[in-house]
Write a protein that binds this ligand. Sequence first.
Ligand code: HEM
Length: 530
Amino acid sequence: MAATLSKMNLDVLSVVNASLISYIEAIAIVTILIFLLNEIYRWSIRIKGIPGPRGLPIIGNLHQIGKKVTPPEQYRLWSSKYGPLFQIQLGNKPMLIINSAAVAKDLLIRESGSFNSRPLFYVFHKFVSKEIASIGTSPWDESCKKRRKAAASALNVVQVDSYAPILRLESSDFIQELRKACDGGRTALNFLSYARRFSMNLSLTLNYGTRAENQKDFDGNSMITEINEVENNVGKYRSTSTNIKNYVPLLRLFDPLMLMLPGNSLQKALDIGRRRLSYHAALLEGLKTEISQRIDKPCIQGNMLKNPETKNLTDLERLSVSLSIMAGADSNTPTVAWGIIFLAHHPEIQEKAFQEIKSSHVLDSDPFGNGKVAYVDAITKELSRYYTILRLAMPKEVTAPVVYNGATIPRGTMIILNSWACNRDPDFFEDPFDFIPERWISNSDSHQQAHQFAFGMGSRMCVASNLAHKALYLAFLHLIAHFKILPATDDEPASVADPITGGGGANSVSTPPLYTRARFIPRNEFNIDL
Ligand code: HEM
């Protein structure tokens, strides 16, 4: 009896074993099949006739990006091998990269109508911007057209002139607060928060007619801390070279399960999106209360609420305009910060600019007005070129097939303007690695009218380039007029002001400087009522 039972057990075991083996075999065969099909698919979507570096199965070129140098610099280096327009493959997504001014013009200006959309990204659009995306991250459709039009008309040249009092207040306040904190230049000051307040106050005032009254209010304000943290995270989710799930669909297989686990990365993305909506809702509520009490200050949201022309925007569409304006602050801050670090390490440029300001007499009558000191204006443009804060302009998506050099770029292709590489294009800028403000000053062979790749190019170029340039110009004009800026310590290496070695933000969309300390010695040369 016992012998029969153990034989039966053995029989059952061998049946279980056999079915387990065939089960494992089946899984292995299916996995190999999925892998092969995926590789065939990846091969089939490569754009024929456009070169690019070889990658690995499944991940493509993802492992080669952002390791030794930042992605924009890596793409610039690759362009010397593969040409000014090449393709890489991020997992299952081919991506074209434009690395020269000539190709940028050929495609984004001459064929602008075919490059006016934005791609959707799994992590960003499904989780962070689940309800509504900013203008810059929205595909081209009727709604995006309306939102872009509303933002563009609120930020056009005429409107920007009407924001003169806002620019005046913020640039004068910026200098005043630095003066209070600079300790006569005896100790180094971390100026990052001051640059942030300058930029964020601009965005808050334009958006909702509100601002942080002073630096203390800014540094201690919980909503400002929240905005800073959330916008910083949003910048990371917008990066095109990280967030691997955007490109490898296989990694998304278990996401429905992942979402049930608290604290996982997708929950965090959802949370950042919720937190962003929540502070915008609080700011909007504040504005509506002020409007009802007739104590509101003129601002873009207020205009949209009151102006019948823009009333055809839904609540979410108006919110999208505000998300975009808030994101703009994130680009102004690092430009101001780089400018300060650069000036601290280039006393000769500071001195020349200071003498030009003095001899121009621009500060004598209307110090925050429209009078231009050409050399400071040129420094502002050159800083934007030299550091190129958004080194990869926001990604675009092709809306109609385009033939370029015999290759057909199909509809739906993702394409990125490497503004960093275009701003270092030796065919477009003489000595592109040198900081030469004079290249922007009018003379026969100058680039005075050269394109500012820092703001992108084509039909989806930055709608606020005029405003941003004006704000930055005023900030630098008054920084140079009011302070002699020195490095934080006498032995601080010049590499901190280098756009490559001194830059951080490898995993984000913008490139801020890593070092944000300097000494500010007040000059007291101009009698300006700040
Ligand atoms: C130094 C400051 C700034 C820089 C360097 C900058 C740069 C850029 C770049 C590179 C783009 C993408 C362009 C393209 O795809 O070709 C962009 C888009 C955009 N920017 Fe700016 N920006 C700055 C400030 C601002 C400010 C202050 C605002 C708002 C007040 C703003 C609003 C926008 C909007 C709405 C878009 C999206 C346009 C679209 O997709 O149609 N920017 N910006």
